[in-house]
Write a protein that binds this ligand. Structure first.
Ligand SMILES: NC(=O)c1ccc[n+]([C@@H]2O[C@H](COP(=O)([O-])OP(=O)(O)OC[C@H]3O[C@@H](n4cnc5c(N)ncnc54)[C@H](OP(=O)(O)O)[C@@H]3O)[C@@H](O)[C@H]2O)c1
Length: 337
């Protein structure tokens, strides 16, 4: 930023005065992009938030920047903490930080456990938040259903966590680190997130779009009948994060919250495929039911990590949509893109 530029200084002063600074760490990922757009759109065209986000491996994509004008983008490496100083200087202390950054692919965590631990346990982020005089930023951190062992149905937040793979272990370590070191936080144990592609498409394949593409060929496709999840529609997860943000901004009451954030349905992969086939009118006989144990995915996968979401519904009064409705919303919106 040019320190002598008059309009830059005015903008800087305005930012200093703003109460609603929100920072999305990992803003270029799948959830991060959806979240940024929702924060931007909240408030009927005049966003009530000052938005900033971080990117890591690449420059922030133009379609994302164009869709959230006036937001600030910062390069950040959670491994080293390089980038936080620039955020302090140009943006200041956020009122809310949403941490969506992670090595989120379980197989990648198995390949490099040290890197997965260094990124998924956000110690540099927490240290940075503690460097501010007022230690009251709300940290909303994304965890996973893979903290559970997967040996029963409908896990509750107070059930013991027994992760079976490196990804789950790093996420448990992150939860522990945050609850030991922060006084104002919400940890969201998300199930599979599904929904529309992002404004700047992410490289990984998205669940509904992948199932749809595979079944559209009309040939037999194998799906597991013995692995259960509670997939959550991305807009529901975004609404949960917006509700937590607005609650903190309007009420100023610190929280220490742990929430299972899944959809209402416990589904096998076969049932997920059937929901897509039914919406599209595909022949369901091409869905071949197989056991998860028949395939080596290079990472141990917990069989049943379905979650009880009573606490979510009671705390925030948000009822996530059924998987059937979420599939309809996703594929209808994809068709309009
Ligand atoms: N997607 C799901 O189905 C799912 C399910 C359960 C839980 N979750 C959790 O939800 C969160 C968001 O998931 P997602 O699918 O949106 O993830 P994602 O698409 O994989 O995005 C990950 C983000 O992390 C950033 N990142 C990677 N390495 C970094 C580093 N060293 N320093 C700083 N940032 C780094 C990436 O930046 P660049 O792209 O610029 O490198 C990207 O913005 C994650 O915590 C994930 O574990 C996701």
């Amino acid at each position: 930023m040019n320190q002598n530029c008059k309009s830059c200084k005015l903008q800087e002063n305005k930012r200093e005065m703003s109460k609603n600074k929100v920072l999305v760490v990992g803003g270029t990922g799948y959830l991060g992009q959806h979240l940024l757009q929702a924060f931007y759109a909240d408030g009927n065209g005049i966003s009530p938030y000052d938005l900033a986000f971080t990117h890591h491996s690449n420059l922030p994509p133009k379609p994302l920047l164009d869709s959230i004008p006036r937001s600030l983008a910062f390069q950040l490496d959670l491994k080293t903490g390089n980038g936080f100083e620039a955020i302090s200087n140009a943006f200041g202390q956020p009122v809310v930080v949403v941490n969506c950054a992670a090595v989120s692919v379980p197989r990648a965590c198995e390949i490099d456990p040290a890197a997965a631990h260094a990124i998924n346990v956000p110690s540099s982020l927490v240290q940075w938040l503690q460097s501010f005089k007022e230690k009251n930023t709300l940290l909303i951190h994304l965890s996973t259903d893979q903290v559970y062992e997967g040996e029963k149905s409908f896990y509750k937040e107070d059930d013991i966590v027994v992760p079976v793979n490196v990804y789950g272990k790093t996420k448990v370590a992150a939860e522990q680190f945050i609850s030991d070191n922060c006084s104002n936080y919400a940890i969201l144990r998300s199930s599979i997130i599904y929904g529309l592609q992002t404004v700047s498409p992410v490289p990984k394949s998205l669940p509904i779009q992948w199932i749809d593409g595979a079944l559209a060929k009309g040939e037999k496709v194998e799906f597991f009948h013995d692995e259960f999840r509670c997939p959550i529609y991305v807009k529901d997860l975004v609404n949960i994060i917006l509700a937590l943000t607005n609650q903190w901004i309007s009420e100023g009451k610190q929280i220490q919250l742990l929430l299972n954030t899944g959809g209402p349905d416990r589904l096998s992969r076969v049932q997920m495929a059937e929901a897509v086939a039914q919406f599209r009118g595909y022949d369901t006989s091409i869905i071949k039911s197989v056991s998860a144990s028949s395939v080596d995915r290079g990472v141990k996968s917990p069989p049943d990590i379905s979650m009880d979401i009573t606490r979510l519904v009671q705390t925030l009064r948000i009822n996530p949509v059924s998987f059937k409705d979420g599939v309809g919303l996703t594929l209808t919106a994809e068709a309009k893109q």
